[in-house]
Design a protein around this ligand. Structure first.
Ligand code: PMP
Length: 437
């Protein structure tokens, strides 16, 4: 695919010192990433393209993020010069591919501050990570009548696997409600525990409301009842970073493609003492130590949970993505996105007829809204024609939509490479759409 002409770059400070000084006086910007905004977009070739003859404004980062050059290059280099199946080969290429793949596991371990790389299981994504745990933990530790606590702001990926377990085993799901600000009712949560509670499975950050849940406190409460906790970190890991030891999470799931890495790679982190006790999820190559028709001895961690040839090209590229974002600094990313979110909230909430869903104290750059009586699909389609990519619909969170008494929203989701100018383009477009209706 040809990449169309570049967008007009934003003005660099050195090009217009007076103008820049003026801007800084009005909106002081301490973030080094904000000042480096242009360079960041240049690292992402797709952000230079146009759609319908308009510069692309990509605001669908909660669905998936764009990939920096280095990540794409890693995939190309992998297939051009380092492709061989991992772990089993004595030859040079296989050993090189294995080193890269296991190096990627170590990069993930470092990123999430796990104690050991044996605690890092590669999967296809958050969804597969949760399904793995639902099967494996459900098989070993849950029986008829046992309970799992989730919240009403979960993505379907953290609901349906537990419903499948319910159908298989007769377990039950209990739900933590949210208040009108989109915050979990922790008081109600405390009252949901019984002797039958076997697991809490919670989203760290809502993919609809942007709410950052008070997971440290919720984990402490669960542990006081002797109950382990799985966090769905799909929307948290890319924006806040993760320290699984500081959180004291027992399990943590996330996806590479939402973290500027390739699709088809995800991680399930699990504390070693839990993973040792869990049975394998799938059988096949890689996850065994020895096989005979009398029986199979399983491999050690983490390979026990990784049946079949892994996507070693993908894991290597994921490590490159992690290197890229840690190079920028997770704190800088969080600060930059916080500034952009505050600006977007200010611009959007000034639009007549705007209803923003979610007003949590702690939030990320996910903003869901409805504009007057206009159907979200119409808003999304009109924005698209102006080159602005947003998501519309239920965002795989139908129970939350029901709780909010709506069918869907328009969702804008920001990444560090977005700019204030792009938010201005969005806000102006929404004003135009409002007037049209
Ligand atoms: N959980 C949350 C909170 C999400 O936002 C998503 C992706 N929209 C998922 C789970 C599923 O992630 P994946 O499709 O990468 O498995």
């Amino acid at each position: 695919m040809n990449i169309p002409d570049k967008k007009q770059p934003e003005k660099q400070p050195e090009e217009q010192p007076e103008k820049q000084q003026e801007i800084n006086e009005v909106t002081p910007s301490p973030s080094p990433l904000e000042r480096a905004g242009v360079r960041l977009q240049e690292d992402f070739p797709i952000l230079q393209r146009e759609v319908y003859g308009k510069p692309l404004v990509y605001l669908d980062n909660a669905a998936t993020t764009q990939k920096p050059r280095q990540v794409v290059q890693s995939i190309v280099d992998g297939y051009y010069s380092a492709n061989a199946n991992v772990h089993r080969g004595v030859h040079f290429l296989s050993q090189q591919a294995t080193e890269l793949h296991e190096g990627a596991r170590e990069a993930v371990r470092k990123f999430i501050n796990a104690r050991s790389s044996a605690e890092v299981i590669f999967t296809r994504g958050t969804t597969e990570s949760i399904n793995l745990l639902a099967h494996s933990y459900g098989e070993e530790f849950m029986k008829k009548g046992d309970e799992i606590i989730v919240s009403d702001m979960e993505h379907h990926s953290n609901i349906v696997p537990w419903q499948l377990l319910e159908a298989r085993k007769g377990t039950a799901i209990k739900v933590i409600p949210t208040n009108s600000r989109g915050e979990l009712l922790t008081g109600v949560y405390k009252g949901l525990f019984t002797k039958r509670t076997k697991l809490v499975s919670l989203t760290h950050v809502s993919n609809v409301l942007g709410t950052v849940n008070p997971v440290e406190e919720m984990i402490r409460i669960a542990h006081a009842h002797g109950v382990p906790v799985l966090l769905d970190g799909a929307q948290a890991a890319p924006h806040l970073g993760v320290d699984v030891q500081a959180l004291d999470a027992d399990f943590y799931a996330f996806s590479s493609h939402k973290m500027y890495g390739p699709t088809g790679i995800g991680v399930l982190y699990g504390k070693e003492q839990w993973l040792e006790r869990l049975p394998p999820y799938q059988g096949g190559g890689e996850m065994i130590r020895s096989v005979s028709f009398k029986g199979t001895v399983f491999n050690e961690l983490p390979f026990k949970f990784e049946a079949g040839t892994p996507d070693y090209i993908g894991t290597t590229a994921f490590a490159v993505a992690l290197e890229y974002i840690t190079g920028l600094g997770m704190e800088n990313i969080a600060r930059r996105e916080h500034e952009l979110t505050a600006y977007a909230m200010q611009r959007l909430s000034a639009i007549e007829g705007m209803r923003i869903y979610g007003a949590a104290e702690q939030r990320t750059g996910v903003i869901s809204f409805l504009l007057g009586d206009i159907h979200p699909f119409d808003v999304g389609t009109l924005l698209d024609k102006l080159g602005i990519a947003v998501r519309t619909g239920h965002h795989c969170a139908q129970p939350l939509m029901r709780r909010l008494c709506i069918e869907g929203t328009v969702r804008v989701s920001l990444a560090f490479y977005n700019t204030r100018e792009e938010i201005d383009v969005l806000a102006d477009a929404l004003e135009r759409i409002r007037k049209m209706f």
